[in-house]
Design a protein around this ligand. Structure first.
Ligand code: PGA
Length: 256
């Protein structure tokens, strides 16, 4: 089960056109590391601009609506993302689950819509600190995987085509500087893998499991070399090329 590592920057609600220079510099790094799949998810307002400014990396959204179009003020559909050249969309990030009350069922509906629009998806899962302290982390995350990921023939085909990724992001590790212990990441990725195998059978081999939560230049190499860590979803450390480049380099083989 070897995959090209997938290093994804999630700019969250950060970024104006002034940050295009950072995106271009990150794109040049992506060119230098062809053995790493590099991607950025800027705010909706910058997706099209980034798409035109970069060539070696993927560009995606941070959310989409489950409907194709209609009376949903302020929302953006997966079809619209595809129309402006997005390659993928992040779904079910814990900040969306928290700020917008997104349920597993809502995330699954968005995932179905994204696949129908031809986008790849990164579905986020992760436990809160209370859930971890209560010994429920694995049950919570396994449940999220089973309930949030798309199922059915289209999902199976997308999984087999490498268009589905899961990001394990413990909520308490996001933006806190408190990274999960490597052995805990390995254990959780194994639990996620078991659910993926149950859902997708052989096609699960093509589903990468990313780790997210305070990934930075100092901890990336340890995390990325751990068993079944197929990449990283990076927030704060993706906002500048200076911070993001060492993470891309840590994922590379160094042979280029
Ligand atoms: P962080 O965010 O790297 O700033 O912790 C990760 C994420 O939320 O995807």
């Amino acid at each position: 089960m070897t995959h090209r590592p997938f290093i994804v920057g999630n700019w969250k609600m950060n970024g104006t056109r002034a940050m295009l220079a950072e995106a271009r510099a990150i794109d040049r790094a992506a060119e230098r590391f062809p053995d790493v799949q590099v991607a950025l998810a800027p705010p909706f307002t910058l997706i099209n601009t980034l798409r035109e400014a970069v060539s070696a990396m993927n560009v995606g959204g941070q959310d989409c609506h489950a409907e194709v179009k209609g009376a949903h003020t302020g929302d953006v559909s997966a079809a619209m993302l595809a129309d402006i050249g997005a390659d993928f969309v992040i779904l079910g990030h814990s900040e969306r689950r928290r700020d917008h009350g997104e349920t597993d069922a809502a995330v699954r509906a968005k995932a179905d819509a994204a696949l129908a629009a031809g986008l790849a998806i990164i579905v986020c899962v992760g436990e809160t600190l209370e859930e971890r302290d209560a010994g429920k982390a694995e049950a919570v995350v396994s449940g999220q995987v089973s309930e949030s990921l798309p199922v059915g023939d289209e999902a199976l085909a997308a999984a087999a085509a490498g268009k589905i990724a899961v990001a394990y992001e413990p909520v308490w590790a996001i933006g806190t500087g408190r990274v999960a212990a490597v052995e805990d990441v390995i254990a959780m990725h194994a639990a996620v893998r078991a659910r993926l195998n149950a859902a997708y059978g052989e096609a699960a081999d093509k589903v990468r499991i990313l780790y997210g939560g305070s990934v930075n230049a100092g901890n990336a190499a340890d995390l990325l070399s751990a068993a079944d860590v197929g990449g990283a979803l990076v927030g704060g450390a993706s906002l500048t090329a200076e911070a993001f480049l060492p993470i891309i380099a840590a994922a590379g083989t160094g042979e280029v």
